[in-house]
Design a protein around this ligand. Sequence first.
Ligand code: CAA
Length: 440
Amino acid sequence: MTAVGIDAVEVWTGNLKLDLAETFAEEKGKDPAYFTKGLGLRASSLPDSYEDIVTMGANAAKKLMDRKGLEPDDIGRIDVGTESSFDNSKPISTYIAGCLEQVYDGDFHHANKGERKFACIAGTQSIDDAYNWIRAGRNRGRAALVVATDTALYARDDSGEATQGAGAVAMLIDEDPSLVDLSTDQGYGSADETDFLKPNQQFPSVDGKRSVQVYLARMREALEDYESVAGDVRLDDFIYAPFHTPYPGMVRKAAALAYRHVTRDTAVEDELAESIGRQPRRESFDDDGEYEEAVREYMDALKETEQYQDWYAATVDPTLTISRDVGNWYTGSVHLARVSALKTALEAGRDVAGESMLVASYGSGAQAEIHGEIIQDGWADEIAALNVDEQIAERYDLSWSEYELVHDRHNHEMDSELEEFTTPDAEFVFDGWGRMGERK
Ligand code: CAA
């Protein structure tokens, strides 16, 4: 069977940076370690006045098309995953196609365009749709462009404010992919939940503590469902495990859950029992009432467990490197975690072609998906072509008062006079309604 998967990826970060350990911590009178150690974050990426989900998505897509030498005629489908949509009718993919048509010969009139909404998992769902379209033989030799783009902003003083972020990940889904083959099994955990909602409002209403419990509960279901088709997962089956990363501290919890589930290791359980003086409460890990204590108890015990520490350092920690500096990108977050892992391998001079990854996506509301991916021969060239470090380093470092200004502006106060903190030298910038994404 021909491989179908992600052929290429490009990343576009918001041009502004809010330093959490200094600027945010100082303003809020908080211990910087709450951000760096507790949440696991150093900084957030934020959009400048002239950036939004369209411009970031279009800029990422253009970079990808240019690097791969693609023209509109090579792409038969454009899918956008976002939970920051501003249009309840037209999909964001039409705006992005409109931008791209300004700079390429030809157009996307032949392309099927859509938008997926299921909170942060919508990017992965868009990839699934593109994969199925190609597998069904409906692509007529064309590839699919999937763009995961979000401005993940929270109301000021909301518990989520420290986890904000903004950026886009563009991915090309095609036959014989260079990066990863997606032709593997999938598992799901899904339930109607109300911990994170955005009913016609710019910033979400969030029950933060509950959202963490729901993430873990759905993730465990997805793991069980995945194993029901793929067979039992073993720790050494996967070289990396990129998770949806609202903040690295959440992934620490999810990794502990996955480890406990996957090991079913009575030796580990015995070791834990010894260290805490009794059997850990396995069954109550994602139960509302006992959740906090059970997770804390288990994670504390794991700190002393060498096998877990080694597994976490090799398999999970490399997925978090980029996230620490950019925060939550919602739909793009798990795809940034994949890039982060492969970038770590490249920098370490490892050849990981042929190895597998276990990719764990999640969207509030709520659904988790677990699937396997096989790293392809062209992975190193694809990852070497990215300039993520430069993009992160070049962001403008906001003062607190500048942050308040730009945060207000993105709270749909677009009528106010635009002020820019960085020079809008990207291909596509937001220049007011009616001129969305106009080329400079
Ligand atoms: N030094 C070191 N660590 C510290 C510390 C200090 N001074 N102070 C606190 N900490 C630690 C805490 O012990 C805690 O550690 P654990 O996670 O290991 O228990 C960690 O810092 C976080 O502290 P709190 O739990 O007290 O944090 P909080 O309540 O202020 O905020 C949150 C956490 C509720 C998740 C908040 O960030 C939030 O509301 N975020 C938005 C929702 C979210 O991201 N949910 C995640 C799951 S839903 C999802 O994934 C979808 C999505 O993208 C939104």
